[in-house]
Design a binder for this molecule. Sequence first.
Ligand code: PLP
Length: 368
Amino acid sequence: MREPARVPMLDLTPEIDEQWDELTVAMAAVLRSGRFILGPQVAAFESEAAAYLGASHAVAVNSGTDALAIALRSLGVSPGDEVITTAFTFAATAEAIAVVGAVPVFADIDPSTFCLDPGDVASRLSTRTRAVVPVHVYGAPAPVEEIAGVVAGHDVAIIEDAAQAFGARAGERHCGTLGAAGAFSFFPSKPLGCFGDGGLLVTDDAGVASTARSLRAHGFDGGRVAVAVGWNSRLDELQAAVLLVKLAMVDKRADGRRRAARTYTELLDGVAGIVTPADVAGSAWHLYTIRVLDGRRDEVAAALDGAGIDCHAHYAVPVHRMPAYERPGVDLPETERAAAEVLSLPLWPTIGDEVIERVAGVVAGALG
Ligand SMILES: Cc1ncc(COP(=O)(O)O)c(C=O)c1O
């Protein structure tokens, strides 16, 4: 009897197949145009993404990390400033802060959402705080409005790390448009992904957008004269053409992820020893992540691996425990607990119910 195929964390081939003709036509048109960097595809994508998100300005760059760093610089975050953020995130959040010379100050998370706890943000504010970077972890909206309440009256900008949350909404508004600026990643696994690296910064402030446009291209001011030390962080035409095609399907893909998440929760809710993620309205469901209690996470991961199923602990090592950003005296109990318990299961927009049933069966069996 043939072994069933290994289940990956993510399988993008069905959705690429579904848009194969549009994607290849769009890519071929770029090849024929002879224009590869910052051309009409990038301009069209910026304008369509801004319209989709409800942002006044969108500036395409070559990664989510750069989008965040350029947003911080464009909003005046300078060397020595403190920026409060979460340690329960991908390392790039802290990296972008450090790259602009600022100091990441880690606040703890709310255990029910995995996102920054506004009360703990309040306790970490200092006279040197210049910005807060909430992360929409796993694609679910972080409490940006509550954090805005906490920093009201201080000269502190909110810059959203929406790398995992393209298409996510908090009420009527899109994540990424709730603060002074938002940063998105188009890494292939993200809710809107390209075929390489890509990112986008959005803002309603024309001055911030104009600074960001300059910074993404060496700090040039119109011509080739640098007026600031910038980056080489331009999105290329091929990626923009791909993103334009995929943007048209982003809501359909989100529906697929939501359907899969609900199926997982239906199957796993009664299993003792795990906590399923909250069904947060507006989540982009970048990842479906359970908590495995009683120190049994690695046992469940091993059972999945043995059954031919990929899984991953996002984030087993919180950023304040990484050598580059280590903060020995900092106490983040909820972050530490989450890091020891979380386990992300395979999820993609077109994942079949039979795959979800197989994964859920192994999780339940490992704990039974
Ligand atoms: C929360 C978070 N922030 C930032 C990034 C960085 O994005 P990129 O890989 O496009 O630089 C990522 C993605 O990998 C992420 O998940």
